[in-house]
Design a protein around this ligand. Structure first.
Ligand code: ZN
Length: 329
């Protein structure tokens, strides 16, 4: 974890503004160098974890004692906004101050190298933490698809547009509830991966036509139809219904802006709106929707950005104990 401590006039002012003592105009960017000698020193520690995320991985920013409406952003060296998320309350406090967190994602298509985590409040930057995005290699694959799947993609059914809008409304929604804790689990009892995360893929139709390249947004597990598919972590079932392209689909909300998705199920076992524990079946795997054979497509979205599910399995995306320890330093 990377920790910085931030002492400034801006911090004092923001504390006063958010605690209701004063009403002030937003502090302009660049005001961080303001008066060095102040009678009161306020610290807003910031933690970025992991310190050096790879392309396609989540990044969690912890913040102590700042404004609850603060926003986190990841900005590339060239100034491109890569990811943004509001802070939420972790339920932890240090000396009475709330420990806030924001979970963001490094897009798999971003440029590796130097980047900055920015914390903004009242449209001003109140803290910045430089970090490095580590590179990684992704596969490239030409995937022949049967005519029936090709027809699904090329059909102009308005229902597809409607379904896409419903999906996006869910994935871009940032609630404030934390439904889970700890590491996620792989949802099927196999390690047979038939298409890994981040693959640059080109679908080829029986006519020989090549579709424009796309990025594989999740992990495909080659399991036979009827294999139990388990919730990767506890959460709330945000969607559980058939869709044209993704077949029988389940989406679970885990953290604000963090969702897991399960595609092409043969059967759905959970109702929309229900709460589910980690390891409980969401359904049975299958071959519904746009597929070349039976498999489970498992996907993690963070603020709408497709993120490597394995990163959630190898470490907790929100480690409250580590966060509090790092912020106390
Ligand atoms: Zn897939």
């Amino acid at each position: 974890m990377k920790t910085i401590k931030f002492f400034s006039y801006t911090a004092v002012l923001l504390f006063l503004m958010t605690s209701g003592f004063v009403h002030a105009e937003p502090v302009a960017e660049g005001a961080l160098q303001a008066p060095a000698a102040r009678p009161v020193e306020m610290a807003f520690p910031v933690v970025v974890s992991p310190e050096n995320p790879r392309l396609g991985e989540p990044l969690t920013i912890g913040l102590l004692g700042a404004a609850r409406e603060a926003q986190a952003r990841i900005v590339s060296a060239s100034g491109e906004l890569l990811s943004t998320a509001p802070f939420f309350d972790t339920g932890e406090t240090i000396d009475g101050a709330p420990v806030l967190a924001a979970i963001l994602a490094i897009p798999s298509t971003a440029q590796a190298g130097p980047a900055t985590a920015q914390i903004r409040s009242q449209s001003s930057v109140i803290a910045t933490v430089p970090f490095t995005i580590e590179p990684r290699e992704f596969f490239h694959e030409d995937i022949p698809v049967p005519q029936s799947s090709a027809d699904l993609i090329t059909s102009t059914d308005p229902k597809k547009t409607e379904e896409a809008e419903v999906l996006w409304a869910i994935l871009s929604h940032n609630g404030s509830d934390v439904y889970t804790d700890g590491t996620f689990i792989v949802p099927v009892n196999t390690r047979r991966i038939t298409n890994p995360f981040g693959t640059g893929q080109v679908f080829i139709y029986p006519s020989g036509e090549r579709r424009p390249p796309s990025i594989h947004a999740g992990i495909d597990y080659g399991v036979p139809t009827g294999t139990p598919v388990l919730a990767c972590a506890a959460g709330k079932v945000a969607l559980a219904r058939p869709r044209i392209i993704t077949g029988n689909t389940v989406i679970i909300e885990h953290y604000p802006g963090v969702y897991s998705l399960y595609y092409h199920l043969d059967k759905i076992a959970v109702p929309e709106g229900s709460m589910i524990e980690q390891g409980v079946p969401v359904g049975l795997s299958g071959a519904t929707g746009f597929v070349t054979g039976p498999h489970l497509h498992w996907e993690l979205r963070v603020g709408g950005i497709n993120t490597d599910p394995d990163a959630f399995v190898v470490r907790p995306v929100l480690d409250r104990v580590a966060l509090v320890q790092a912020l106390r330093r």
